[in-house]
Design a protein around this ligand. Structure first.
Ligand code: GLU
Length: 334
């Protein structure tokens, strides 16, 4: 479908968050409501991640203009895991442009687990989207740089700009995942066999495994998401990370694919583009308004943090973050 709208100005469709004290109250309430919920399991596929304290629960909301509102363990650091895919995709779209990246990696949900090879085989080695491992590896392979070390530095610097501070890598998690990521290596080599990765696939896997091991907090995730909500400008530092159209593209991909096989359920219930990771983080974005970051390591069967989802549902409802919600002009809200 080609609407021939290249060059037509992009108008925006956004509102604003409630006042800061109201936001803080909702964040506190969300934390209090769900901190004692005890469903879900801590991931054990990466041995080092199995050590996480299941009781941890941090929440933060970062508006596009103003201070971050946080509750609970919002400053506890954990590895970003798959949430890195969203921001690396943004960096790669910024570097190569929408069309070139779309040719390499699609934007549709697979309906399969993130580490599946099934859809790659069914689609002539063309990854369906950048949030499953096949698409994430094809995306990381497109990171600018001469060799793995330069690519890794580009990723780390880029994600740090989203967070507004220099992010460190957790060496133990990187080592731990590197020892058990045979499936990721297999996917990278499969991509190479289809000609979708043209550099050394194991170098790509290492950059990918490093990006997954970057340490962030719920507060960082909120700021990173708020940067996507703010047309690419970090609301705390004022630094431009990527262009507004890249933010729009990333958020549309997240809406369709960000919450594993539960992306539709999430969008139906919560109505925000979002990404989660298997260490228990979630970032969810309200374009123009801000973003929330959540961390709690107990996951549902798809790999999404249970407390994080509950809190996001509450915050989406109370702060007007659901991008699909409206009311009749002048009429009551339903
Ligand atoms: N590093 C993990 C992997 O590739 C990330 C998984 C995730 O958070 O979804 O297996």
């Amino acid at each position: 479908m080609d609407a021939d709208i290249e060059g037509v100005p992009q108008e925006v469709s956004t509102g604003s968050l409630p006042a800061g004290d109201r936001v803080q109250r909702s964040v506190d309430e969300a934390h209090a409501r769900y901190r004692d919920r005890d469903e879900g399991e801590v991931i054990d596929s990466i041995p080092e991640l199995a050590e996480a304290d299941p009781a941890l629960f941090g929440l933060a909301v970062a508006p596009t203009g103003g201070d971050v509102h946080a509750a609970g363990d919002a400053d506890v650091q954990f590895t970003i895991q798959s949430i890195s895919k969203a921001f690396v995709y943004a960096l790669v779209c910024e570097a190569h442009g929408h069309d070139e990246v779309l040719e390499r990696v699609g934007v549709d949900n697979t309906g399969y687990p993130f580490d599946s090879v099934v859809t790659l085989e069914l689609n002539d080695g063309h990854p369906k989207n950048p949030m499953v491992n096949a698409g994430a590896l094809a995306t990381t392979a497109l990171v600018p740089g001469d060799g793995a070390a330069e690519r890794w530095e580009h990723v780390r610097t880029g994600l740090s700009a989203f967070a507004g501070r220099r992010l460190e890598m957790d060496d133990a998690v990187h080592r731990s995942e590197s020892a058990v990521n045979q499936r990721t290596r297999a996917i990278a080599q499969l991509l190479e066999s289809y000609g979708r990765i043209t550099t050394d696939p194991l170098d790509v896997v290492d950059v990918y495994t490093r990006q997954c091991a970057l340490l962030v907090s719920a507060r960082d995730l909120a700021v990173m998401g708020a940067t996507l909500a703010n047309g690419g400008v970090n609301p705390l530092t004022g630094e431009r990370t990527v262009s507004p159209h890249v933010c729009r593209d990333v958020l549309s991909v997240l809406a369709v694919t960000g919450m594993y096989e539960k992306s539709g359920d999430w969008l139906f219930g919560i109505g925000m583009p979002a990404k989660s990771g298997i260490s228990g983080g979630i970032v969810a974005v309200a374009p123009g308004k801000g973003a929330l970051g959540a961390y709690s390591p107990q996951l549902d069967s798809a790999g999404n943090s249970v407390r994080g989802q509950l809190a996001a549902a509450y915050l989406s409802r109370t702060l007007g973050l659901n991008v699909f919600a409206s009311s009749a002009a002048g009429g009551p809200r339903g």
